[in-house]
Design a protein around this ligand. Structure first.
Ligand SMILES: C[S@@+](CC[C@H](N)C(=O)[O-])C[C@H]1O[C@@H](n2cnc3c(N)ncnc32)[C@H](O)[C@@H]1O
Length: 344
């Protein structure tokens, strides 16, 4: 057999393995089977719990999960492996939303690619379930890598007033307020449903964190009493939200942010980047570029920014001391820069 044919066969086989993983994990999450399978159970025992389910399909799910090292099998009983337990432990930190997004939206969106590239159809629209839930929740998946970095930086820089633009679930503000008792924060989020969840999350912060339902682009159009009361800010975060804006809008936004910061105040832009350098071992540049590709299929999105685009927009708007930190495993980049003229 031709070597290239063999290579193609190997790729196709591993593709099917990955697709199987996606479908099996997502189904287990939706039906809460990962919790159930923490106790060793036979097909019959699972069927007793769910008499209305399709036995043949459930049997296939168990078998497939076994082949994917998600379940062990002993004497006819299946049980969750460490990997499957990790799914359960990590599900509320963005994993469940990410898998739902991949299965429900990425597959259907990329199926339209031939028509999108040839402009036979208009670009896709971001669905309401994506806007109301999946995007902000899936974004939490990068938090375990990002939070230790942000905490250390906040300790060093002694930020006390933080503005978070596109704060989503409000988790960074909540963690900052919990960790630093004097810190005050304001989060801006345009989606009212996401705002509701964020407000619930920060309600035990003794009023030190306020979540406003407001469009970032409307900043400065009318005076906001909260921003006036809480500001000016030591730090303005744009965590995983820069890709919502075109390069021209980023310039406009960074200009407005300067007016909300104390002299020397900083902006922190967290984003996955397009065309980043290949990362070994976990190859996280591949999903980053795929995410960019997926975003670009949608109306109003151009994909993720490149590292160079972010630094250039910071320079153009007069920020100095640009510092870029690559998050662990190369999951995303954190750009920090200070407002104000160069010292010395
Ligand atoms: C990917 S999520 C990131 C959430 C959070 N910053 C994080 O890193 O986990 C981006 C959030 O920005 C919000 N957003 C996007 N454009 C916005 C705008 N113009 N004004 C306010 N919020 C916006 C979205 O609704 C979404 O919840």
């Amino acid at each position: 057999m031709d070597v290239s044919m063999l290579a193609l066969l190997a790729k196709t086989t591993s593709l099917m393995e990955y697709l199987g993983f996606l479908w099996v994990v997502q189904t287990g999450l939706e039906l809460d089977l990962w919790t159930e399978m923490e106790t060793a159970s036979s097909l019959h025992e699972v069927m007793v719990l769910h008499p209305g389910w399709d036995e043949t399909l459930l049997e296939h799910w168990l078998e497939q999960a076994y082949y994917l090292d998600l379940l062990t099998k002993r004497e006819g009983r299946f049980q969750a492996t460490k990997l499957a337990r990790a799914i359960n432990n990590y599900k509320n930190l963005g994993l469940q939303a990410l898998y739902k997004e991949l299965m429900g939206h990425w597959a259907a969106g990329f199926a339209e690619l031939p028509r999108l590239i040839t402009k036979q159809r208009e670009k896709l629209k971001i669905g309401s379930d994506m806007e109301d839930e999946l995007i902000s929740k899936a974004s939490m998946a990068s938090e375990p890598f990002v939070w230790p970095f942000l905490r250390t930086k906040c300790q060093k820089e002694q930020w006390r007033k933080v503005l978070d633009l596109g704060c989503g679930e409000g988790r960074y503000l909540k963690r900052l307020a919990d960790e630093f008792p004097e810190l005050q924060g304001v989060g801006l989020e345009m989606n009212p449903i996401v705002v509701g969840r964020a407000r619930e999350r920060v309600q035990d912060c003794e009023g030190r964190v306020q979540i406003l339902c407001q469009d970032i682009l409307a900043l400065g159009e009318q005076e906001n009493p909260f921003l006036k009361e809480f500001g000016p800010f030591d730090l303005c975060l744009l965590n995983n939200s820069i890709y919502y804006f075109s390069q021209a809008q980023r310039i406009e936004l960074l200009e407005k942010i300067k007016g909300l910061l104390v002299p020397g105040g900083q902006v922190g832009i967290l984003t996955a980047v397009r065309q980043g350098d290949p990362v070994r071992v976990f190859r996280t540049h591949l999903p980053q570029n795929l995410m960019s590709f997926f975003l670009a299929c949608h109306q109003g999105f151009e994909g993720l920014p490149t590292e160079q685009e972010v630094t250039s927009v910071l320079r153009q708007t007069g920020y100095r001391d640009i510092n870029i930190s690559v998050m662990p495993l190369g999951t995303s980049h954190y750009f920090f820069a200070a407002q104000g003229a160069d010292e010395g």
